[in-house]
Design a protein around this ligand. Structure first.
Ligand SMILES: Cc1cn([C@H]2C[C@H](O)[C@@H](COP(=O)(O)OP(=O)(O)OP(=O)(O)O)O2)c(=O)[nH]c1=O
Length: 188
């Protein structure tokens, strides 16, 4: 049986895999996450998931999972906000509109590598300045693509989603479990 190795520092990815019944070991990846500005968002997520994979060593009998989540609006990619002003601009941009969240997952074993990307459309209510200010005083925006967390108070901004909710949180877990089985990982 194969050992699942999670190449991620994201506590959410670990929690989702464990919730789904995966035993895993952690091997965080510190790949360079710089992007060419013109790359489409779904391709950017796939590129970064593969970069994170390439940065890690793989032993025999291991399946390595790396992943990347980006938010996209008007063809621009929103990563994690650099500071308060950046986070404010992101939230103002998404206010009253629909954006896309892409999570790419790269699975790698000695037999080969497979990368797949899942998109979810998220529509926000129109946000007031007060709501945005209040949200920026929480610890939610800083480690998250687009500067919000749907699983926290950021969920209060959401009018509608189309697609997998868990994909927005950072891992489309139902699809991932199916793909992991194909790679020979046992799920309990
Ligand atoms: C939009 C959105 C993103 N996110 C998170 C998912 C990702 O963890 C994060 C985007 O950063 P990523 O670079 O995808 O992941 P990470 O830095 O957390 O972990 P690692 O690179 O080690 O795998 O934003 C939420 O938790 N909720 C949300 O609603």
């Amino acid at each position: 049986m194969k050992t699942l190795v999670l190449g991620s520092q994201s506590p959410r990815r670990k929690a989702l895999l464990e919730m789904a019944g995966c035993s895993l070991i952690l091997r965080p990846s510190y790949a360079d996450e710089t992007l060419e500005p013109s790359v489409p968002a779904d391709e950017a997520a796939a590129y970064l998931a593969e970069q994170k994979s390439t940065a890690l060593q793989l032993e025999r009998n291991e399946v390595l999972l790396t992943s990347d989540t980006v938010v996209s609006i008007d063809g621009d990619i929103l990563g994690k906000p650099a500071d308060r002003q950046d986070a404010r601009q992101m939230l103002e941009r998404m206010s009253g509109r629909t954006h896309q969240v892409y999570t790419a997952v790269c699975l790698r074993s000695e037999e080969g590598r497979r990368t797949f990307t899942t998109g979810t459309d998220v529509s926000f209510y129109t946000l007031t300045d007060e709501e945005i200010d209040h949200y920026l005083n929480t610890d939610e925006p800083w480690d998250k693509a687009g500067g919000y967390g749907i699983q926290g108070k950021g969920g209060l901004f959401v009018r509608e989603i189309k697609g997998d909710y868990y994909n927005v949180v950072g891992l489309p877990i139902a699809r991932v479990i199916r793909e992991l089985k194909e790679f020979g990982v046992s799920i309990h």
